[in-house]
Design a protein around this ligand. Structure first.
Ligand code: ADP
Length: 445
């Protein structure tokens, strides 16, 4: 854009330069031809007074050697009749009418028509008229245009080279900004400002972006604080409600009262899970989620968790499809159980009744990979990574199935704290969720 603008400005500048140069040349030419006409006029006074047009013709004929660019010269008497004339040999006869009635200098094609009065003691006795061929003008126009074109091309090349040299610097900074924005989008980490030491529009953009991120970060922190406080405050009364309901459940044996108490207890469990998730998220945000590492048998934990989920999800069939008996691992058992419960509950929640959920484990030497395969609604390909984000829910599930979009975020944090990996894959029907935990020497890294 800058190259284009500078070329346009240069072109305008050159056009103005050529125009003034040609105008100066014309003014100079008019002056010199008028002076010549004046000299011829002075020399011709006696020829007019004595009506000696042969002598006048001789004066004009002398122009052939003195000023070969003169095409035609005429002396007219005071009645504007031709008195004597000269036409350069071989030249075409110019416009006679224009010569006769010429009042001021006229440029016509490549010819200049100039006239001057012949005076004798302040009395007008005739006029001299000269027609000059401006062969230099076209040469001048040609040479100036050529020079302008060469300079313009040179300027264009130089600006292009400068732009080429500067562009990587600008593109580099823009790409850096774009990558930083992408990183913020992926990690949700708003508190790393982008550093740019420039003083141009890009640095204004960077500063605006940094300010925006600062505001988002502050409002995120306020939101996190609120979630932390609110879930903490909800936890105490809920524990007491749950305690009373447990008591009522034991004391009450009449129907339908007992059924009502059990329904209320079920809802309390759901609320409890929700509050626990919110508290976990606040702990993750404030870096307070601690691991309590112990050595345990993962296969046992898988079987226990499957059995526990199967108890509440009677409509689905959850099975483990591998023949491992022992898979010892060093990890936080409670947190890994929380991950398993989350993934299995999701597999049940996002698939139709009667469908199956298959759990399997595989030790590849460095990692123990757990796979939970379901035949439910599945996760769209483009959302496979996003579902591990905080409060993220896929478009196809968010409307019909309740949830906060926190479970996978917590699972991801727990697994990453174990230096493991967690991911999801789309299947022809349903989806598979994986998590991998380091085993053996790799677990110590
Ligand atoms: P929640 O289930 O409370 O919404 P999660 O963090 O556990 O939150 O899951 C995030 C989103 O990922 C869910 O809202 C859902 O859209 C999608 N999801 C998770 N597990 C599955 C699954 N097994 N099948 C299809 N979608 C799933």
């Amino acid at each position: 854009m800058q190259v284009f603008t500078s070329v346009i400005v240069l072109a305008i500048f050159f056009m103005a330069y050529i125009f003034t140069d040609i105008r100066d040349y014309k003014e100079r030419k008019v002056k010199s031809v008028t002076s010549l006409a004046h000299v011829i006029g002075i020399n011709s006074v006696s020829t007019i007074l004595f009506e000696d047009n042969e002598a006048a013709k001789d004066i004009l004929a002398g122009l052939k050697n003195v000023a070969p660019e003169i095409v035609r010269a005429d002396i007219l008497d005071k009645h504007n009749n031709f008195f004597a004339g000269y036409l350069r040999p071989g030249a075409a006869n110019p416009d006679t009418l224009l010569i006769k009635y010429l009042k001021e200098p006229v440029f016509k094609d490549t010819l200049l028509f100039v006239g001057d009065n012949i005076m004798n003691n302040d009395e007008l006795i005739g006029r001299v008229s000269l027609v000059v061929e401006l062969s230099e003008l076209s040469a001048l126009k040609k040479s100036k245009s050529e020079m302008a074109a060469i300079l313009l091309i040179a300027a264009l090349c130089i600006s292009f080279l400068i732009a080429l040299a500067v562009q990587p610097y600008i593109s580099k900074r823009l790409l850096y900004l774009v990558n930083a924005i992408k990183r913020v989008g992926q990690t949700g980490n708003y508190d790393i400002p982008i550093i740019d030491n420039g003083k141009d529009e890009i640095s204004v953009l960077v500063r605006t972006f940094n300010n925006l991120m600062k505001e988002v970060n502050e409002s995120q922190q306020r939101k996190d604080e609120f979630i932390g406080i609110a879930s903490h405050e909800l936890k105490t009364p809920l524990t007491s409600i749950k305690g009373y309901l447990d008591l009522l459940n034991v004391m009450e044996d009449k129907e339908p009262n007992k059924q009502c108490v059990q329904k209320a207890l079920e809802s309390t469990h759901k609320l409890e899970k929700l509050i626990k998730d919110l508290l976990d998220v606040s702990k993750i945000q404030s870096g307070q989620l601690q691991l309590n590492i112990s050595r345990f048998n993962m296969v046992e934990l898988l079987d226990e968790t499957i059995a526990a989920i199967q108890m509440v999800a009677r409509t689905h069939s959850i099975t483990r499809e591998d023949d491992h008996e022992d898979q010892m691992i060093s990890a936080d058992k409670e947190k890994i159980e929380q991950v398993l419960i989350n993934l299995l509950s999701n597999a049940v929640k996002y698939s139709a009744p009667e469908s199956k959920v298959i759990v399997s484990s595989k030790n590849n030497g460095t990692e123990l990979v757990i796979k939970i395969r379901d035949y439910g609604i599945g996760v769209p390909e483009d959302e496979l990574n996003q579902i591990f984000g905080r409060f993220y829910r896929t478009k196809n599930s968010s409307v019909h199935i309740s949830g906060l979009g926190l479970g996978l975020y917590i699972c991801r944090d727990i697994i990453l704290r174990h230096k493991g990996r967690i991911w999801a894959e789309k299947e022809t029907k349903g989806s598979s969720f994986y998590f991998a935990l380091p085993v053996g020497v790799y677990a110590e890294m």
